[in-house]
Structure formats: C-alpha cells, structure tokens
Design a protein around this ligand. Structure first.
Ligand code: DHB
Ligand code: FE
Length: 280
C-alpha cells in the first residue's frame, strides 16, 4: 500500500527561479524566503518520499484560454519544462509515474471527478519551482517521480473551494488504494494573497493568509465557507491559487502536525508562504 508521508504547500513566484539560477539565496531580499526550506528539506530526507503528487495551476503554457480543463492529471513518462513568458531558466525534464497516474485518473473519474488525462504535458513554474525548492538538484534531475494535477484558477469559472477540498480527499483515497509501496508527498503550489493586475495590483492580505494557514492544521475546511469571488476579494485575483493548499490538505485526511511554516512579504508581488504537514 502506498503511504502519504506528508503534504507541503508553497508559493511559486517565477522570480524564485531566477534567484536560484543566480545563487542569490543568501542575499537579504531572498534569505527569509529560502531559509524556510532548510527544515523542510531535512524532514524530507527523513521521510524519503519516492513520488510527489503536485497540485498546481498551469499559467497558459500547457493549457491556454481556448481549452481550459477544470481538473487535469498528467500520465506521461516525463514532463518537460518550458518558458511560458517569465524568461527564467528551464529545468531538466521531471520523471513521471504513468502507472500511478492512470490509477489516480481511474479512481478520480470513478469518484465523479471529470478528469482530463494528459499523456503529454509541458510543466510551468508552478510545477517546477516547488520541486526545485524542496529538492535542490544543482542542475541534475529531480530525485522523485511526479504526478502533475492541474486545477484551473486562471479562466473563470473556477472550481469552488469545497470542490477542491473534495478533490484532495479523493486524491488521498486514491493514493492509499494504490497497491505499490511508494512513499508519496502531496505538494500544493500557489498563493498566498497576491494580485498582479488591475486597480488592486499589489494587494496582499496577511491577516487572511495567516488565518488560512492556521486553519489547515486543525480546522481544514474553514476556507470552504467562501465562494470563489469572496476568495478573490480576500486574497486577490491570483491569490485564489490558495485552492491548491486546500486540496493538498484534503489529501492528508485525519489529523496533521505542523513540520514547519514560513510566511514572508513580499516576494515580487506575492505574500509568500510555506507550510509542511505530517500525519499526526
Ligand atoms: C507572481 C506570482 C505568481 O503566482 C505567478 O504565477 C506569477 C508571478 C509574482 O508575484 O510576481
Ligand atoms: Fe501563480
């Protein structure tokens, strides 16, 4: 039986990729952000996941506005990174786990989630940066196999917070039903509060972000009280990416303990957060 060893949620600001490439981790602007990953990397070295199921939103690379699945799961042997427009260095291909992907797709469709299955999939910064932060590979390949799960937060209508929670719960059940002995970590990529455009560009909401982060420990469905327009109001148009954090937490089922949390304002235009959770 596969085992979920924990869940991690992190922001995915593209500038992080440039900072990694330029070795700026210890510069004053970046240090408070990168330092947050040290305890999480130490914990990962202890729990030794083989596979990362990465919940993220594609930003117009693999899916554009003409075709936008609400939920999509990758089922490829490898996932190539490409530049969707931020100009950050691309990373080497990420290994997939097609058998586990197809198992997830079958279980999720059986659970009434209408999944788009993708046997080819380019991955953008929202997929690559959390993996680069969690497993700094110094130009080499990422050491864990991956299953990408895309949740649309780019083109309205978006799935509700409740639906994303339910998807996470279904992913958790599906992983636990996988007969292999893989150790799986669930990664949620996005948020926290940020708005990149319009009259509220630069908007952040630390009071809401901190309440949301805390809720994921012991009141994990707290955010499902909000509609998507309310979440946009509270966290910004792009801050609605926090749905990935909610889905990640849903996959963990039961109680959790906090391994580490970090919250730092700003990275670029984003209130940047990191949260690592282990089963209680
Ligand atoms: C920024 C944040 C994001 O989540 C993203 O996808 C792109 C840019 C930013 O703050 O610059
Ligand atoms: Fe984003």
């Amino acid at each position: 039986m596969a085992r979920i060893v924990g869940g991690i949620a992190t922001s995915h600001v593209p500038a992080i990729g440039r900072a990694i490439a330029k070795h700026q981790e210890d510069e004053p602007y970046w240090k408070p952000w990168f330092d947050g990953f040290q305890p999480v990397r130490r914990w990962l070295a202890e729990v030794r996941p083989d596979v990362a199921v990465v919940l993220y939103n594609d930003h117009g690379l693999n899916f554009f506005l003409d075709k936008m699945p609400t939920f999509a799961v990758g089922a490829a042997a490898e996932y190539r990174n490409a530049d969707e427009g931020w100009g950050i260095p691309t990373l080497p291909p990420f290994a997939g786990h097609p058998a586990l992907s197809w198992h997830l797709i079958e279980q999720l469709v059986g659970d009434a989630f209408d999944i788009t299955s993708c046997q080819e999939m380019l991955v953008d910064h929202a997929f690559t940066l959390p993996l680069a932060l969690l497993w700094p590979a110094a130009g080499g390949p990422c050491p864990v196999r991956t299953v990408p799960v895309c949740i649309n937060t780019v083109q309205f209508p978006l799935p509700s917070a409740r639906r994303c929670w339910d998807l996470g719960q279904a992913i958790g059940r599906a992983v636990q039903a996988w007969p292999g002995d893989e150790r799986v970590v669930i990664v949620g990529s996005g948020g926290l509060s940020h708005q990149l455009d319009g009259p509220r560009a630069g908007f952040m909401n630390p009071v809401f972000d901190r309440r949301f982060m805390a809720s994921l420990i012991d009141d994990p469905t707290w955010a499902t009280q909000y509609t998507v327009p309310q979440l946009v109001e509270l966290a910004g148009t792009q801050g609605v990416e926090l749905l990935m954090w909610l889905a990640m937490r849903g996959a963990l089922h039961g109680g959790v303990r906090q391994v580490h949390a970090n919250y730092h304002i700003p990275i670029s235009n984003t209130a940047a957060g990191l949260l690592a959770l282990a089963p209680a």
